[in-house]
Design a protein around this ligand. Sequence first.
Ligand SMILES: [Zn+2]
Ligand SMILES: [Zn+2]
Length: 155
Amino acid sequence: MNITPAQLRDLADRADALQAEARALYAGLPVDSPERAHLQAAHHAAEWLKRAGEDLLRAAGDLAQYRALAESTCGFPWGVCPEHGNTLSSMANVSTCRVCRRTWDYDRRGQKCGEPVTWKVTDRVGTESLMCDGHVLGARAAMQGATFMRLDAAT
Ligand SMILES: [Zn+2]
Ligand SMILES: [Zn+2]
């Protein structure tokens, strides 16, 4: 099943409509009605529905943001081994990882990185960059005091 942000926003709208109805019912009771005390739970339900609507909207936003990230690529100007980072040797248009010996039959090191973005790195002065698993290895070694956040674990 593929949930869309629009579905979540639709649910949020329905929760909002329900909370408005529940609230209107409660508000419609005369202030001095003895039944008021017995409808406290309905009043609380309206509060919960309001929060549910807000949570659903937040989920819609988070999902949309995640999808946008999942579709973006790292974009560093050089390629790396997705598992080992900056370990590629290139010879005659073949790149080889010095650690796992995986090969690519093109000059991977000389090309822009096309791996999916999986990390958000924030340096000491607050500059954020997005990068793939391979590039984050090099960044960990080079960027002291930076914060590393794995994006798919962030939600
Ligand atoms: Zn490797
Ligand atoms: Zn990369």
